[in-house]
Design a protein around this ligand. Structure first.
Ligand SMILES: [Zn+2]
Length: 325
């Protein structure tokens, strides 16, 4: 199994701790609080681990603020005990997209877009199989400059975009569109951690595409060092966007259950080192053996080396899986 490394320079920590991301985080938490105070909201019963099926009663508390989250003692996945319906989640996301608080301003995410296109190109070269017909699932809904970037930079593929929509509750429309398009590849960079039932979504994709279709999935990663050290205090932990934070082992278990072959696993996250650096240099009482001293004296070279080590050892805060149906 390959563990590629994806770091040229360290990113700016303000992409997660700046004013705009802070406003987005507050808006999402306000929406969650309103949902919790609304007596008409329907919540699922207490879930077992949505990754490996491990018993919720045996897991440990990850966070009890806002919503109760567990960390699975079998596979390390972090998950909300109860979640609202998919229709409610979709409505709240469309609401925040319409208010343009998604943190996406024009081409400021071009680095991320190019990274996704390179991911497909490199996999295509490695598999020696044309991935010339790609379906994007819901990423274009909030990354508004993404379709234009694919037109400009990805000439040798046709792209279809399946946006988030209220007309079609659940994932039925995704299945229907995929059956009509019959793609060679499916790209889903942001959905897994924020849908009510990630297994249902993965099953829908698997059962709606031809055999041999390559699926590219990215998500937040519970094995990341930022979650290990900061837990629910991590600035990346926005409960409504992180209803299930899969671990590598947890997502492997889900793929085995759904009968998807895993072709590649990587954790290309770039932010763990700069987030932790900021935390240890600005927070009082942050006295954690080894790490406090490590970050207090860390310069840019040390942070860069640490982030590469995290990527190589599958311990960064973002996971990527390449799967095959
Ligand atoms: Zn589990």
């Amino acid at each position: 199994m390959q563990t590629p490394v994806f770091l040229d320079h360290l990113p700016d920590v303000n992409t997660v701790t700046g004013e705009k991301p802070a406003r987005y985080r507050l808006a999402r938490n306000k929406a969650l609080l309103e949902l919790m105070l609304d007596r008409d909201t329907t919540w699922t019963v207490r879930r077992n681990c949505p990754a490996c099926g491990g018993d919720c009663a045996k897991s440990k508390n990850f966070s009890q603020t806002l919503l109760e989250f567990q960390r699975c003692s079998d596979c390390n996945t972090i998950y909300a005990q109860r979640v609202p319906s998919q229709q409610t989640l979709d409505r709240l996301r469309l609401d925040i997209i319409s208010r343009k608080e998604t943190g996406d301003t024009g081409n400021t995410r071009e680095f991320e877009y190019i990274s996704l296109m390179n991911w497909i190109s490199l996999t295509e070269a490695r598999l020696q199989r044309p991935l010339d017909k790609v379906v994007d699932i819901r990423f274009a809904s909030h990354a508004t400059a993404w379709p234009e970037s694919t037109r400009r930079l990805s000439h040798n593929r046709s792209w279809d975009f399946l946006p988030l929509s209220l007309e079609n509750a659940g994932f039925d429309n995704i299945g229907e569109r995929l059956r009509n398009i019959a793609p060679r590849a499916v790209l889903m960079p942001t959905e897994l951690d924020r849908v009510a039932d990630p297994e249902a979504l993965v099953r829908t994709i698997k059962h709606s595409v031809p055999a041999g279709t390559v699926i590219f999935i990215a998500s937040s990663c519970a094995d990341g060092l930022e979650y290990e050290i900061l837990g629910a205090d991590s600035p990346s932990f926005i409960p409504l966007d992180r209803l299930t934070v899969f671990s590598i082992k947890g997502f492997e278990a889900l793929c085995a259950k759904v009968r998807l072959s895993v072709l590649e696993i990587s954790t290309p996250g770039r932010l763990d080192a700069v987030i932790l650096d900021r935390y240890f240099k600005t927070t009082e009482n942050s006295n954690i053996p080894f790490w406090s001293g490590f970050f207090r004296e860390a310069d840019q070279n040390r942070l860069h080396d640490l982030q590469i080590l995290l990527q190589r050892s599958l311990r960064s805060g973002v996971l990527r899986f390449v799967l095959e149906t």
